[in-house]
Design a protein around this ligand. Structure first.
Ligand code: ZN
Length: 146
């Protein structure tokens, strides 16, 4: 699978990247958040923290996976975690159901009205849900799903 996002330039990077670790220490949390967001945004597929960390090294802003997790945490509603893939994509707000294509790996969000039915089924089972996650794995229209 090809690496995506090689063209991304992290904020505040010029031509010289002598001591990237020292440069990172000078970066604000907001700048590091922008780096992670830019990496996630540039990928057509959700990315895991390790992949984001590898990509950050390519960009000359090396982040350790645990740093990436912390940053993803801070990004809150701007990125969404795909539980099935343990990977992240950019999302405005809380998406409804997520479709994941087995062919190309792209995810899409669906406006969903399923919550009411899930709530009803849970209530009927005497279960009080605190969080509902719906991820549908299948084939997208571009990959032959119709
Ligand atoms: Zn597809």
């Amino acid at each position: 699978m090809p690496e995506h996002g090689e063209q991304i330039r992290p904020p505040g990077t010029g031509a010289g990247r002598k001591d990237t670790r020292r440069e990172n220490a000078k970066r604000t949390p907001a700048e590091l958040e922008e780096v992670v967001l830019a990496i996630v945004r540039a990928s057509p597929r959700p990315l895991g923290a390790y992949r984001i960390a590898r990509q950050s090294r390519v960009l000359g802003v090396p982040l350790a996976p645990n740093q990436v997790y912390r940053i993803l945490d801070r990004l809150g509603g701007r990125v969404h975690r795909v539980e099935t893939l343990n990977a992240y994509f950019e999302a405005g707000g809380q998406p409804g159901a997520i479709t994941i294509c087995r062919g190309c790996g792209r995810t899409r969000t669906l406006d969903a009205g399923y919550e009411t039915e899930v709530d009803r089924l849970c209530r009927a089972a005497g279960f009080r849900p605190s969080r509902v996650i719906v991820e549908v794995v299948g084939v997208c229209p571009d990959c032959g799903g119709k």
